[in-house]
Design a protein around this ligand. Structure first.
Ligand code: CA
Length: 221
């Protein structure tokens, strides 16, 4: 899932980007208003996190421009001043949610997930494995095991999604290397196996199964 993060304060943008990337989002950072406007208007994002105080073009103007140009990407607005007027302005300009600074990263992530849940088409499939013990929700990039959200690295997430999409078809190490690690060099197969072993430990027994000679699959039983 792709996120555009328009934030000019380096410490905040680094902090937010690190956390979102750790959760498996792909993050593009713009520290300048005009650059953010062009990027948000020309590339496809699932959501935008927008700081209102940006150099060269302020966030509210930029948001109005996007909306008038038909850019309907959901926007979570950040601002240093949590004033009521700004909140109203933000919603009037087309913001979908609003978070005053300073914020806790957990709240930003929760709001972003809620925003994506609200705005993504409900038709995005949730994969259910092992009698609903394991849920893989591509709409919010969430993997839940026995009711607990798993903390997965981006490559672990891509690997589990690749297995979920394959269903009962075993996926071999090469395919996992390509899909999850974007690798097809000599050592890609080994790297995929290391990744799979790590994922198996996180999933516990019996969920990620090795069909010798064919590959890996998520077991339905
Ligand atoms: Ca700012």
């Amino acid at each position: 899932m792709r996120i555009l993060l328009a934030e000019d304060e380096q410490t905040i943008s680094d902090h937010v980007r690190n956390h979102l990337e750790h959760d498996g989002y792909r993050v593009t950072v713009c520290q300048d208003g005009r650059e953010a406007w062009e990027t948000g208007g020309t590339e496809d994002f699932d959501a935008i996190v927008l700081d209102l105080g940006l150099p060269s073009l302020d966030g509210l103007t930029l948001l109005r421009l996007w909306r008038s140009e038909g850019v309907h990407t959901p926007v979570l607005v950040l601002t240093a001043r949590g004033s009521w007027m700004e909140r109203v302005d933000g919603f009037d300009s087309g913001a979908d949610d609003y978070l005053p600074k300073p914020f806790r990263i957990e709240e930003l992530k929760a709001r972003l997930r809620a925003l994506l849940r609200r705005t993504r088409p409900a038709s995005v499939e949730t994969f259910r494995v092992a009698g609903n013990r394991l849920l893989i929700r591509p709409d919010v990039r969430e993997v839940v095991l026995d009711g607990e959200t798993l903390s997965l690295t981006p490559s672990e997430y891509r690997a589990i999604l690749c297995l979920a999409e394959a269903g009962s078809r075993p996926v071999n190490s090469w395919e996992i290397a390509e899909r999850a690690l974007d690798r097809n060099d000599d050592k890609a197969k080994n790297a995929a196996e290391v990744l799979i072993n790590r994922l198996r430990r996180k999933l516990g027994d019996g969920i990620l199964v090795n069909r010798r000679g064919y590959g890996y699959l998520l077991s339905g039983d």
